[in-house]
Write a protein that binds this ligand. Structure first.
Ligand code: HEM
Length: 401
């Protein structure tokens, strides 16, 4: 859990896969699971390994009076999708599956293309850009804002709130950072509730209206805390992760000119390249599970009440599944077997949407940016977050058109 390992986890992951695929982190109740098969198995056993880790993420918030009083001005964070188990999870998931179906996502392809072109127009004449800030962040943020139906002019706020909520999920915050996040969470809740209220009796063609008008089991409306929980997940889960895949992907292309040449020669390879980027980058690098009852995984006894840390990023570099796993191979036959979107009950609901964004983005970027290369002033460091992995910034240059 040290920042050095979070920054560069690959050797530690390989060691764990080889010597202790289910490894109890010393002095903790956390068991790290690092091979492909065992991660997939754990995802398929929700009766043993639960997603109800919402409460465990509260950290200092549970005891600290100041943080508690800030949070009391908002609504409790309740378990709906990510942090709920079946059958509760199934009820909420059914409500929103349709909104993220391939048919719905395909309908917005041209819209995504227009956003991508607008963003590229913003920097192409300059011959350089900070890719994370100027492209990676605004693309998914604009797409999800449009889907939800909230104004693009408030995007800077969404980014700030989304970062704060993602930081909480990573569980590596100091007390003061947690206090700052609590303020942002409550501001987010008040803002979104006002937007949701606008839709009551006055629905529009957007996801917020769908949520307000949804009926659990065809009967009751979602209550305020449930509505906010769902919106919060769409905002956070959809942003950081897609941002990180876009930036990680362009870096992989620049660092692997042979693979880049294959994409330029045959752009139809982009679909598979996107899967290979997701495999190698694994923007959701890890995820928690709570052990509900005494269990065994990979021959290791795990007591009830322990925590699993599923290392998706490690499973995605398991040589038993992906030969020569650290190599970026845009033609890799089984790239789409990666665990970057999880597996089973909680597999990512936004997978189709983010795949669409990445496919459209890489098609336009590889066509429009000529001879992209790294600018001299890059340190290529990542955000220190145990769960979400992504570059802090990426300065690139390219030939002016
Ligand atoms: C490259 C982009 C993305 C990656 C790598 C990613 C990754 C993941 C992963 C690994 C999970 C499973 C968590 C678990 O095992 O418990 C997940 C779940 C989820 N994702 Fe994504 N995600 C991405 C994009 C999105 C987008 C665009 C949205 C929505 C707008 C989204 C919304 C969600 C939600 C709501 C869940 C919880 C689903 C449930 O529990 O039923 N994600 N995501």
């Amino acid at each position: 859990m040290s920042p050095e390992i979070v920054e560069n986890p690959f050797a530690a992951n390989a060691l764990a896969r080889r010597e202790a695929p289910v490894y109890q982190l010393p002095g903790t109740g956390i068991f790290m699971v690092s091979t492909y098969d065992l991660i997939a198995e754990a995802c398929g056993r929700p009766e043993d390994f639960s997603n109800e880790f919402g409460a465990a993420l509260q950290g200092n918030a549970r005891e600290d009076e100041e943080i508690k009083s800030v949070l009391a001005r908002g609504w409790p964070v309740v378990d709906t999708l990510l942090t709920a188990d079946p059958p509760r999870h199934t009820r909420f998931r059914k409500l929103v599956n349709l909104a993220f179906s391939p048919a719905r996502v395909n309908k917005i392809e041209a819209h995504v293309g227009a956003i991508v072109d607008e963003l590229i127009d913003g920097f192409i004449d300059r011959g350089h850009c900070e890719f994370v800030r100027e492209f990676g962040v605004p693309l998914p943020l604009t797409v999800i804002s449009d889907q939800l139906g909230v104004p693009r002019s408030d995007m800077a706020l969404f980014k700030e709130w989304s970062d704060a909520i993602a930081d909480r999920l990573g569980g590596m915050l100091s007390r003061d950072e947690e206090l700052a996040c609590a303020h942002k969470l409550v501001a987010f809740q008040h803002y979104m509730l006002a937007r949701l209220e606008e839709r009551r009796g006055n629905p529009r063609d957007d996801l917020l209206s769908d949520l307000v008008n949804a009926r659990i089991d065809g009967e009751r409306e979602l209550d305020t805390a449930e509505l906010l929980s769902m919106v919060q997940q769409f905002l956070v889960a959809g942003n950081e992760t897609t941002t990180n895949s876009l930036a990680g992907g362009i870096l992989l292309l620049i660092q692997n000119p042979g693979e880049f040449a294959k994409i330029l020669a045959n752009p139809d390879l982009i679909k598979n390249m996107v899967e290979e980027v997701l495999r190698l980058e694994s923007p959701t690098n890890s995820m928690w599970r709570i052990v509900k009852r005494n269990a065994e995984l990979g021959g290791v006894a795990i007591p009830a009440g322990s925590t699993l840390l599923l290392r998706y990023g490690s499973g995605n570099r398991d040589a038993a599944k992906f030969p020569d796993p650290d190599r970026f191979d845009v033609e890799r036959k089984n790239a789409q077997m990666h665990l970057a979107f999880g597996r089973g009950t909680h597999s990512c609901i936004g997978a189709m949407l983010s795949r669409k964004e990445m496919n459209v983005a890489f098609r336009r970027l590889t066509t429009r940016l000529k001879n992209p290369r790294l600018a001299p002033d890059n340190d290529l460091s990542h955000h220190i977050n145990l769960l979400l992995r992504g570059l802090k910034s990426l300065h690139i240059e390219f030939d002016r058109p």
